[in-house]
Structures are given as C-alpha cells and as structure tokens.
Write a protein that binds this ligand. Structure first.
Ligand code: SAM
Length: 292
C-alpha cells in the first residue's frame, strides 16, 4: 500500500512520493557490512515496496539453485529457497554478524534448502556451483573491483544463467539521500562516506562492467517507490541517526551545530509523515543480465 497524501499543520499538502526518499543501512549494519553493534534494523520493512518488484523480476523456478550476493540477514535467501522447493538457495555475505543472524533466522523458519557462506563475493570460491541464477538486493554495490567481482560471480553460474539485482539510482534521484544530506550539512552533493551506495547507478558504466565480466543483454527497469523509515517522526529520526553517514556528518559539527542539524533533520522527516508512517521517495534499478 502506498502512503496517502496528508496535510501538515500549515496545511501544505505533501506526500512522500513527491518528496522522494530512499534507504540506507544504519551503522549497526552499515552499507558495506560493517559490524558496529548489536541492534539489527528492519531493512525489510524499509524496502518492502522495492522488494515486491524485485521478486517479480527473479522468475525463480522450482528446481533452481540460487546464489544470493550480499545476502545480509537472509530474508531474500529464505524467500528464494521457498520459491525453489526442489532446488536451493545459498547466501553469501562479507559480514560475519549478518551471516550469523541469517543462519539463526533461517533455522527458525525450518528451511532445509538454505545455506550460507561468510565470504567476500568478489574473490571467494562459491560451493555447490554451478548456480542457475544469481540474485541480490542492494548487495552488489560495494565491490572494490566490480569487473573482477562480477566475473567471479559469473564463474559460479552455468552458461545462460541470469543475474537479477537491485541497486540504487544516483544520489540526485533519491531524495532520501539528498534530503538527509541537505538537512544535515546544507548541501545536496553526493555523500562522501557512501560512495559505494550509488556505484552501479549509471547504466552505461554498468553495461561496460557486466560485459567485461562476461555478462550480456543487460536490461534496466526503474523502480520508483517510497521507502519506510518508521511509524512516526521519532522512530524515523532514530532510524536515520543510526546511519553511519549521519553519525559521520554530525561528528564533524560543533555540538550546537549538530543540535541544529538534528532539528533540521527532524523537520525534514516530519514533512514526510503520512498516516501510514514516514515514507521517503526513492529510485532503484532492477538490472538483469545473462551469463555468456
Ligand atoms: C545494503 S546491504 C543488503 C543486504 C541484503 N541483500 C538485504 O537486502 O537485506 C548490503 C550487504 O552487502 C554485503 N556486502 C558488501 N560487500 C560485500 C562483498 N564484497 N561480498 C559479500 N557481501 C558484501 C554487506 O555485508 C551487506 O550485508
């Protein structure tokens, strides 16, 4: 369900869809998989509308062996396993904390066709090759050498296997990023701390990367859906305050300036409050390609 329009106290009509949003992982599970704490965020709730579109694009078959790159806490891996009851799903993530959590959550669901691997997908050797399809929800944007990484993933796939991944479009296309940046530091320039977040935003460059890595027929489908930051402004502020980039930006400021920036951020989030919670508009790509 998309958020409804609402009226602010000043009666200015606003909607998350017009204001644009996006998503970022708080520092406890930062964008590159850092492990800074215990608390796990509800990334699945944040990305629900994007994920619905991604799942439709997978077209996973009953017998498929699925490789999930940057699987995080494993929701996507578990869902893939359920879509392939006569096949399997294998999640790989470079964060030990994520993999630990994914294993725990999978066992609670009683899934027997799911496995996990704590490894760097850029360089590791994947077990159970060859896979029929590689999937990823925002887990392929952080490679140091993307051509090497996608070539490595390609080696784990059978010929003509599909790659289906979701990545963010550019910073400027994602008001969750521009509005937070603007509230905190008064600029809409791309955040310096999160270069990987938008690294696969440009179709021309991604085409080049995938071709060099042995994939063909790259196709880009835009997904323009809001992301969910919390049921109310307090929850959304807590969510955004746990982003590593938010912490970094606030740390650079004097205490009084940091307080003022936090208040601006609170007002920004309040402007995105709807009856269904705080939603910020965002744009991602679903990228599909075929291993040659
Ligand atoms: C934005 S999160 C997405 C997590 C998961 N796909 C989801 O949608 O819930 C990105 C994930 O990619 C993982 N990651 C980053 N670089 C990686 C690499 N080189 N190899 C494997 N995983 C990586 C991070 O640890 C993190 O869990």
């Amino acid at each position: 369900m998309r958020p409804e329009r609402h009226h602010r106290a000043d009666d200015t009509e606003t909607t998350a869809l017009e204001l644009n949003p996006g998503g970022e992982i708080p520092s406890e599970i930062d964008e590159t998989g850092g492990e800074h704490g215990e608390r796990l965020i509800d990334y699945d709730a944040e990305l629900r509308l994007h994920y619905q579109r991604l799942r439709q694009a997978y077209e996973i078959r009953r017998t498929d062996r699925v490789l999930d790159i940057g699987c995080g806490t494993g929701q996507t891996t578990c869902d893939a396993a359920r879509s392939a009851p006569a096949g399997s799903a294998h999640g790989v993530d470079s964060s030990a904390l994520m993999i630990q959590r994914a294993r725990h959550l999978s066992s609670l669901q009683g899934l027997i066709n799911v496995t996990y691997q704590h490894a760097d997908a850029e360089t590791c050797r994947f077990p159970m090759e060859p896979f029929d399809i590689a999937i990823s929800r925002f887990g392929t944007m952080f490679f140091a050498d993307p051509v090497a990484a996608f070539a490595n993933i390609g080696r784990a796939l059978r010929p003509a296997a599909r790659l289906v991944m979701m990545v963010w479009q550019a910073h400027e296309q994602n008001e969750w990023s521009t509005s937070i940046e603007h509230a905190l530091v008064g600029t809409t320039a791309p955040p310096r701390e999160t270069p990987g977040l938008f690294s696969l935003a440009d179709p021309t460059s991604v085409n080049r990367i995938l071709n060099s890595a042995g994939f063909s027929e790259a196709n880009f489908t835009e997904v323009n859906e809001p992301v969910f930051y919390g049921q109310d402004v307090a929850a959304a502020l807590d969510f955004v305050n746990r982003f590593q980039s938010t912490k970094d930006m606030l740390q650079r400021l004097e205490p009084a300036s940091a307080e003022a920036a936090t208040e601006r951020l609170r007002q920004t989030l309040a402007a995105h409050q709807t009856r269904e919670g705080v939603w910020l508009d965002s744009r991602s790509w679903i990228i599909t390609a075929q291993r040659q």
